[in-house]
Design a protein around this ligand. Structure first.
Ligand code: ZN
Ligand code: ZN
Length: 815
């Protein structure tokens, strides 16, 4: 790897020294404040946001740079279009990542983070990003997290923050609670330790109150479809009904949620979650020890594993309930595939028409009854698997529902049972409330004080920030409380209301709260009186363009939408959707393999930039493949993009002003301007680069001397990708100021028109295909091209008897 990163191309252009040029322009940008935005005075504001990084000790990852470069190109393009572009970048530096690393290396995060940030800043500047460093921030600075705490207080004020004891995912290694999203395949996303369940008092945000709004707004957002789909699935709206089954024990009505009330005649058992509050009441004395053992077992499992587990387990409570439709007795079971958090924590088992119920019933030999039938099915034949087709199915074995379609049966049964109080229609969401408590050290303390006399007292806004104290022993332990709870000198305070002895909340907040509002802060950085200035916010927000990874589709992107809605409802903002446009970028691999530290195949941007230049490196990253899909980083291919820049350089050095530009090259130029201008807004960077390379080939065909008019527009086109060489060549060709304030070249629509057309080919009057050919192709050439297409040739059995040719439109072969 050392080899390929440092290998130099012997054909490098004379005088093109990327290192010198890039350092020169980075210095000039700083000195001239080229990248600083006039926040108050901007007339055509454009906010180009990228997801801020976690500043790791290893430094900038090539994946970070891939993401940022894509945003930078978009931002620079918007600036060339005449916008005042604001491109800020900060650091998401709180959280378990930083803390675990600090613990591993035995240093303090307060000492490590500033060093990491300094290194990131150096690397980011070296990569030539158009970042406005006057508006940078770190979530760990007290003047930032003061406002993170303020946001907590706004939620508390609106009744959207509450504390409850909850079963949570607990990582025994990280010694902290994990959100469901942080548990992947039953293990901790960070350390891969199997996750357990614990019950702890936690602070939650009522994001579920916003589920409907978070869902319906998606329809109007200009976002990547994959991201919208992920959010829709995560929110998981389902329409259904709550049905009541009377238990035989006293006061034991069991409410179940189902999306298939139509199948109630096939409900042959009930299942309640092991944590369900009725379990003790429902369990017969003889079954109690089995039930208790099962509940203990369940506690050791995490929620995600329970949702996805393929092996069904459960235990019979020994009691029964009455099916409100059939009036038959059905046994009540407990099983871990039913979650307290979903619906009512109880379900009716319909093994004939639900795959998981079918497995469960098969395993425990419970009756399987068919109540929905396909057109050709025998209503009384045993089922081999659950029948789940709702569209084709008709109701059978269902008393008054027989013969109805599934959707009609849903309505009918809910109406019928509702009369006796045994059913009501409900909408259910998969989205849970957001647990924001972390029993860790490295985060903003939750700004709450507990007083024996006054209860839970919010820290008064004037007392913010609650500063995270420097403590040496920040290592979490097994107690389930934060390391801050070991520091009495910190948590003992006077109650803000009555002045008596009180105690601070010792948990810190989730790092996703830090990142849920950072984009609101950037334009107002420097103003310590408010989290975000009202007028500035009106001018710059919502964000015009946001680019980031789809791994944040359901965490950060959902939480920041929620916080924005809450702040709007509280009158602090005038909009409720933070990002007008969002695009998810792809990911890059290396030589066909995923990059990882253990594989030792991580691309270190520093080495590549050192040997090829930031411009060539940036351009190469964007040339790897479609930006929204990613690509494969291959060491030897970077020389191709470097060669392109070399040729651009030498073209400027050798170009002539004598005579006129070649008309064919000029036509190609206008096509290229059009193509690049169409590709950039679509983030189709690789095709834009390919078009510029192709144009360069036309310019230098046969080592001809290019005309000035053929070359100078290319400086603007290449500028978003390779900003330093563009600035240098702009200066060399007599340009004033920054090329980024010099506008985007226009194209002549007539000249840019594509010469190729789709010619329809018929054989004996029937359309057999299309051929992509030059507009002015001759009849003979068109015939030859058509006959070389197998789809056409196979219909021409003999020599053509007649040819009908309509130039530019149609070729009909009569055979
Ligand atoms: Zn862990
Ligand atoms: Zn008090």
């Amino acid at each position: 790897m050392e080899d390929s990163a440092t290998r130099h191309d012997s054909t490098a252009a004379v005088g093109y020294d990327p290192t010198a040029i890039e350092r020169k322009w980075q210095r000039l940008w700083r000195e001239r404040s080229t990248n600083a935005t006039d926040i108050r005075g901007a007339e055509r504001p454009f906010y180009a946001l990228m997801m801020f990084p976690y500043p790791s000790a290893e430094g900038l990852h090539v994946g970070n740079l891939f993401a940022f470069t894509g945003n930078d190109i978009y931002g620079r393009f918007q600036r060339l279009q005449g916008h005042n572009v604001f491109e800020p970048l900060g650091y998401d530096a709180f959280g378990i990542h930083s803390e675990n690393y600090a613990l591993k290396v035995g240093r303090h995060p307060m000492e490590l983070i500033p060093k990491n940030i300094e290194n990131f800043r150096r690397q980011l500047e070296r990569a030539g990003l158009m970042v406005d460093w006057d508006h940078s921030l770190s979530t760990t600075e007290p003047d930032y997290y003061k406002w993170t705490q303020w946001i907590f207080l706004q939620l508390l004020k609106q009744g959207l923050a509450y504390k409850k004891k909850a079963a949570v995912n607990w990582c025994p290694n990280c010694k902290t609670v994990l959100a469901n999203e942080q548990v992947v395949g039953g293990v901790c996303e960070r350390c891969k330790t199997p996750v357990e369940q614990r019950s702890l008092e936690q602070w939650f945000f009522r994001i579920s109150d916003y589920a409907e709004r978070l869902l319906s707004n998606l329809d109007h957002l200009d976002w990547s479809d994959s991201t919208k789909t992920a959010q829709r699935n995560w929110i998981g709206r389902s329409e259904g009904a709550e049905l009541t089954f009377e238990g035989e024990a006293i006061d034991c009505a069991i409410r179940v949620f189902t999306t298939r009330p139509d199948t109630i005649y096939g409900a042959t058992y009930l299942v309640v979650a092991p944590e369900h509050p009725l379990v003790d009441k429902l369990t017969a004395p003889a079954a109690m020890s089995d039930v208790n053992a099962y509940r203990e077992r369940t506690k050791k499992q995490d929620i995600v594993a329970r949702k996805t587990s393929t092996e069904k387990t459960g235990v019979f409570t020994g009691t029964y309930a009455t099916n409100p439709a059939t009036r038959q007795r059905v046994p009540i079971w407990i099983a871990d595939y039913v979650l307290m958090e979903y619906g009512t924590g109880a379900i009716m088992g319909v093994p004939g028409h639900d795959a998981r119920d079918f497995e469960f019933a098969t395993r425990f030999k419970l009756p399987i009854v068919r109540v929905v039938c396909g057109e050709r099915d025998d209503a009384n034949a045993p089922l081999e698997a659950a029948y789940v087709d709702c569209d084709a199915g008709m109701m059978v074995n269902s008393g008054p529902l027989d013969g109805l379609t599934v959707s009609a049966a849903k309505r009918t049964i809910v109406e019928m049972l509702a009369e006796g109080g045994a059913a009501k229609p409900v909408v259910n969401f998969r989205l849970h409330d957001w647990c924001i408590s972390r029993q860790r050290y490295w985060g903003p303390p939750i700004p709450v004080i507990y007083c024996d006399a006054c209860g839970t007292v919010p820290v008064p806004e004037k007392d913010l920030p609650v500063v995270l104290p420097f403590v040496e022993d920040f290592k979490p332990d097994d107690s389930g409380v934060s390391p801050l709870a070991r520091h009495e000198e910190w948590y003992r305070v006077a109650c803000p209301t009555c002045g008596r002895h009180a105690r601070r909340e010792t948990d810190v907040s989730d790092t996703f709260l830090d990142s849920s509002w950072y984009f609101l802060r950037y334009p107002s950085v420097g103003n310590d009186a408010v989290p975000f200035d009202r007028e500035i916010t009106r001018k710059w927000l919502p964000v015009n363009s946001y680019i980031g990874g789809n791994e944040h589709a359901v965490l950060h992107l959902l939480y920041s939408r929620f916080i924005t809605m809450v702040l709007k409802d509280a009158g602090h903002l005038e909009f409720e959707e933070p990002y007008t446009r969002f695009r998810a970028h792809g990911h890059i691999i290396r030589e066909g393999a995923k990059m990882s530290k253990t594989q030792g195949n991580i691309v270190n941007p520093d080495e590549y930039i050192e040997s090829w230049g930031a411009d060539a490196f940036r351009t190469y990253l964007m040339f790897l493949g479609p930006y929204e899909q990613g690509g494969d980083f291959r060491d030897q291919s970077i020389s191709g993009t470097r060669r392109f820049l070399d040729r651009l350089w030498s073209s400027v050095q050798t170009m002539t002003t004598e005579g006129n530009a070649d008309p064919l090259v000029t036509r190609k130029l206008h096509q290229t301007i059009r193509k690049v201008g169409e590709d950039l807004p679509r983030l189709s960077y690789n095709t834009a680069i390919a078009a510029m390379m192709e144009y360069m080939n036309a310019v230098r065909k046969g080592e001809r001397t290019p005309h000035r008019d053929e070359v100078t527009p290319l400086i603007h086109l290449v500028a978003p990708f390779a900003p330093h060489i563009a600035e240098e060549l702009w200066e060399q060709t007599g340009g004033e100021g920054s090329v980024f304030d010099a506008g985007w070249p226009n194209f002549d629509a007539a000249l840019a028109t594509d010469d190729a057309i789709d010619l329809v080919v018929q054989v004996n009057g029937k359309v057999r295909g299309k051929i992509h050919v030059a507009r002015d192709i001759t009849q003979d050439d068109a015939l030859e091209t058509a006959m070389s297409a197998p789809d056409v040739a196979k219909f021409v059995t003999g020599p053509p008897r007649k040819i009908i040719f309509v130039p530019g439109r149609l070729l009909n072969i009569v055979a």
